[in-house]
Design a protein around this ligand. Structure first.
Ligand SMILES: [Zn+2]
Length: 306
């Protein structure tokens, strides 16, 4: 029987996947259109992307459901298809492994606004939206739930609670940090630092602390975040940094960190104690393949007792 995701990461570090959003654009999704709807309308294109990640060596794949909550889907008038879209996403990610053992991580992104009193959304609206999405993902068979690109603890908590209520077996809280202007440290847009986030996730029953995306969060800053997480929690850590800083070229965001360059950060991350390493915006199957190589090389030497 397949080990649970939580047990698997106790035995060895796992390789995550790379970007979905930027890959969907390359596959023809137009800016502003609903990438999650593609789980129903163009499942073969979503599958093709995730299959390339699986073939590159990913052990876990995030579902194409970053914007799969009712609030996000409402923007594209797909709010009535929350269950179908999330269910299809789990099936596609599972199919990408082609029968090989792999972990499907149900992805919940931010609801895309601010809660009262700063914004227009009531807490109960956001809670309902996350509950609905988490339930759909877990019922479809996701091995874990990640609440990602989070900047506020209030919103993160609603995501954690939703995953708990849905019966998720593993719950990953993933924060998006931005490097400060002077580059000396990093925190989320809402001012949350890694220590606070890690303590909060542990306190509220999350099973893993993570980071993804963010501005200026390269492999080295991700490593610093892992060390800071590790100082305050024993929970396993997952990281998905971007492929460098986006540059605007002809009105398009271009990510310039090459696979080999980014992969140099893999071993330092493993040494810092990261349990899952993947990548976020701008990364490609080639990045993940380079990660796989670096990781395997390192683990081989580890096993030889070097
Ligand atoms: Zn990203």
């Amino acid at each position: 029987m397949k080990k649970s995701f939580g047990d698997a990461i106790k035995e060895r570090p796992l390789l995550g996947d790379g970007a979905m959003g930027t890959q969907l654009m390359l596959a023809g999704l137009e800016q502003g259109n609903c990438g999650e709807e593609w789980n129903l309308t163009h499942p073969e294109r979503v599958l093709a992307i995730q299959r390339r990640y699986a073939e590159a060596g990913s052990d876990c794949i995030l579902t194409n459901t970053f914007g799969g909550s009712r609030i996000m889907l409402n923007r594209h008038s797909n709010g009535g298809q929350v269950v179908e879209i999330n269910r299809a996403a789990v099936a596609i990610a599972r199919a990408a492994f082609g029968g090989r053992e792999g972990y499907v991580i149900g992805d919940i992104g931010p609801f895309g606004g601010l809660m009262e009193p700063y914004g227009d959304f009531s807490e109960s609206e956001v809670r309902d939206a996350f509950n609905e999405q988490a339930k759909a993902l877990v019922e479809a068979g996701a091995d874990a739930i990640i609440i990602e690109t989070q900047t506020s603890l209030e919103e993160l908590l609603l995501g954690i609670r939703a995953a708990q209520q849905a019966g998720a077996r593993a719950i990953i809280g993933s924060m998006a940090y931005d490097a400060t202007l002077d580059g000396s440290t990093f925190r989320t847009m809402m001012g949350v630092d890694p220590e606070r986030a890690a303590e909060f996730i542990e306190e509220h029953g999350g099973s893993m602390v993570a980071l993804n995306c963010g501005t200026g969060m390269d492999m080295e800053r991700a490593r610093q975040a892992v060390l800071r997480y590790k100082q305050v929690t024993d929970l396993p850590v997952m990281v998905q940094p971007n492929a460098g800083q986006p540059k605007l070229v002809e009105m398009k965001a271009v990510y310039e960190e090459a696979p080999e360059q980014m992969a140099q950060g893999v071993v330092p991350l493993l040494k810092a104690g990261a349990s899952v390493i993947g990548a976020c915006c701008g990364s490609t199957p080639e990045h993940i393949r380079a990660f796989r190589q670096a990781m395997d090389e390192y683990l081989k030497h580890e096993n030889q007792g070097l």
